[in-house]
Design a protein. Structure first.
Length: 157
């Protein structure tokens, strides 16, 4: 009988801990500011893998082509969610956004301060009863999403 009481107490403790990690109401986003990038390790590896020795363009020329791409996520950035007013993305830090509708599909646009679109994507919270998502830059220059990241604290609230 004591074991059952202990199990119920542990479940309650872990549930309240998750609520403390992500404050606020409604759907919540932990949004990391992306770093400037021209190409990814994945792009580089693809050029090496696709290189044909009989190709007139040398591998060096292909790599230089990657390195000459325009720099994405450079300068001051803003995020626009569902056509609402843009929110500044501070450098070296991110932001915490709450009060999103957990049932709705959301559109996120990352832009420069001058309004040039850097990336746009749509998402929906997987579990409307636990509507959390972490948005960060992955190993490529595009954005990665973790929907309902279990037990991870958002450092920006």
């Amino acid at each position: 009988m004591k074991l059952k009481v202990f199990s119920i107490a542990m479940f309650f403790l872990s549930f309240t801990t998750l609520a403390d990690i992500w404050p606020g109401t409604g759907g919540k986003l932990c949004f990391d500011t992306p770093r400037p990038a021209r190409y990814s390790d994945q792009d580089y590896q693809m050029e090496i893998d696709r290189h044909n020795p009989n190709d007139s363009r040398t591998l060096e020329v292909k790599i230089k082509s990657l390195e000459s791409r325009p720099l994405k996520f450079n300068g001051d950035l803003v995020v626009e969610i569902d056509e609402k007013p843009a929110i500044d993305l501070p450098k070296e830090k991110g932001i915490f956004i709450d009060r999103l509708d957990p049932e709705q599909k959301h559109t996120i646009k990352i832009k420069t301060k001058s309004g040039k679109l850097q990336q746009s994507f749509k998402f929906r919270f997987e579990n409307p009863r636990d509507p959390r998502a972490r948005i960060s830059q992955g190993s490529i220059y595009h954005i990665d999403m973790q929907v309902n990241p279990a037990g991870k604290k958002c450092p920006w609230p």
